[in-house]
Design a protein around this ligand. Structure first.
Ligand SMILES: NC(=O)c1ccc[n+]([C@@H]2O[C@H](COP(=O)([O-])OP(=O)(O)OC[C@H]3O[C@@H](n4cnc5c(N)ncnc54)[C@H](O)[C@@H]3O)[C@@H](O)[C@H]2O)c1
Ligand SMILES: CC(C)[C@H](C(=O)O)[C@@H](O)C(=O)O
Ligand SMILES: [Mg+2]
Length: 367
């Protein structure tokens, strides 16, 4: 029997709203499949600062390290904007990522046929677009030392640093995933300006002969940002350093139609971490209108990568497609004149559909 210890750190803003819907579906998958999912909750982010004075309490960290998978909602909020980065809710997330050790953040961005009119890009441009970003998650400017805002000299600095080994390990993940997909890898850097990017490009190029089935190309990040919008279908797997990946993956929400649709999984460390790509969305938090589909698709990635439950992962993905094809939309996806569903209404529809798909599958196998 599949056993999974899942820690949910819902965090701030819309985090608890969207993870609530994902967890409901995970519980139901466990029940229908007879799996043993132990799901518990812990504090992270702004809510942890308020209750315990720190964005990543020790109890959360130890519970996370004892889990098979961690599902995060989002952290952050406007009330923390005046704090220095090391004190903000986001610092808790960065500490958690570092402690769990996952360095390869997989961020799929794809076009849903039912949402083709939600994208400002023309339907013929996005049709069939299916990109997998492999974002390096533990290096670059986010973690490089030294870092400081020196008020006395009115200057500030961060350090973009990568070692060859850090590039090798994430590039291998990208090459391997590309070899299982459409066999094209686009490595993104700024090698015309940055030494770090020159190391990045040289290292990725050096590995390429070990993956003869994969076509490797390099793009500068600025041009890539443009190509993603003009010709998204030309991309298969995109390998990037930490900050470039953060920016390009949000940009690619344009292909799907809403940032609320994008899931992610971070693999390669002690414990895999699953988080939707979006943040705490302070502008809509507490209203019950957030799109839960990114979080629900993140739960599908959790079942696939931590539970080896491919069939159930696909059931969730199919259910999301189906509900969208039936015309159901949250506020971020509605067109003029349409009535939006609440977060919970959307969650319930997907939940129902997942149950039906799994029931049908089980009935077929019982025959
Ligand atoms: N993983 C994380 O915890 C994470 C990720 C990104 C940003 N953040 C934090 O979130 C806070 C807000 O950042 P931001 O406003 O730049 O980015 P955001 O992703 O929270 O929101 C950007 C825009 O997208 C919309 N949006 C995002 N998710 C949505 C959803 N599920 N449904 C409908 N609309 C959605 C928001 O309403 C907003 O207009 C900041 O503190 C930031 O650091 C956290
Ligand atoms: C909140 C922040 C630390 C985070 C990041 O930059 O990695 C977020 O933007 C993301 O995309 O997951
Ligand atoms: Mg981001």
């Amino acid at each position: 029997m599949t056993k999974l210890k899942i820690l949910v750190v819902a965090g701030d803003g819309i985090g608890p709203e969207v993870t609530g819907e994902a967890v409901r579906i995970l519980r139901s998958v466990a029940e229908l499949g007879g799996y043993d999912f132990q799901i518990s909750e812990a504090l992270i982010g702004g809510v942890a600062i308020k209750q315990q004075g720190t964005p990543l309490p020790a109890a959360t960290l130890s519970a996370a390290l004892e889990s098979d998978a961690v599902l995060l909602g989002a952290v952050g909020g406007n009330e923390f904007n005046s704090l220095t980065p090391d004190k903000r809710p986001e610092a808790g997330l960065l500490q958690l990522r570092q402690a769990l050790g996952g360095f390869a953040n997989l961020r799929p961005a794809f076009a849903f046929p039912a949402l083709s009119s939600n994208s400002p890009l023309r339907p013929e441009v996005i049709e069939g677009a299916d990109i997998l970003f492999v974002r390096e998650l533990l290096g670059g400017l986010y973690f490089g030392e030294p870092r400081q805002w020196d008020r006395a000299s009115n200057s500030a600095w961060n350090t973009m640093r990568y070692t060859r080994d850090e590039v090798v390990r994430v590039a291998r993940v990208a090459f391997e995933l590309a070899s299982m997909r459409r066999k094209k890898l686009t490595s993104v850097d700024k090698a015309n300006v940055l030494e770090v990017s020159q190391l990045w490009r040289a290292t990725v190029t050096e590995l390429a002969p070990q993956y003869p089935g994969v076509t490797l190309e390099h793009q500068y990040v600025d041009a890539c940002a443009m190509h993603l919008m003009n010709t998204p279908r030309n991309f298969d797997v995109v390998l990037t350093e930490n900050l470039f990946g953060d920016i390009l993956s949000d940009e690619s929400a344009v292909i799907t139609g809403s940032l609320g649709m994008l899931p992610s999984a971070t693999i390669g460390g002690k414990v895999n971490l699953y988080e939707p790509v979006h943040g705490s969305a302070p502008d809509i938090a507490g209203k019950g209108i957030a799109n839960p589909l990114g979080a629900i698709l993140t739960a599908a990635m959790l079942l696939r990568h931590s539970g080896n439950l491919e069939q159930e992962a696909q059931a969730i993905e199919t259910a999301v497609r189906k509900v969208l094809e039936q015309g159901h939309r949250t506020a971020d996806l509605v067109r003029a004149g349409e009535t939006p569903l609440s977060t919970q209404e959307m969650g319930k529809l997907v939940h129902q559909s997942v149950n039906e798909i799994i029931d049908r599958h089980q009935a077929m196998h019982a025959v």
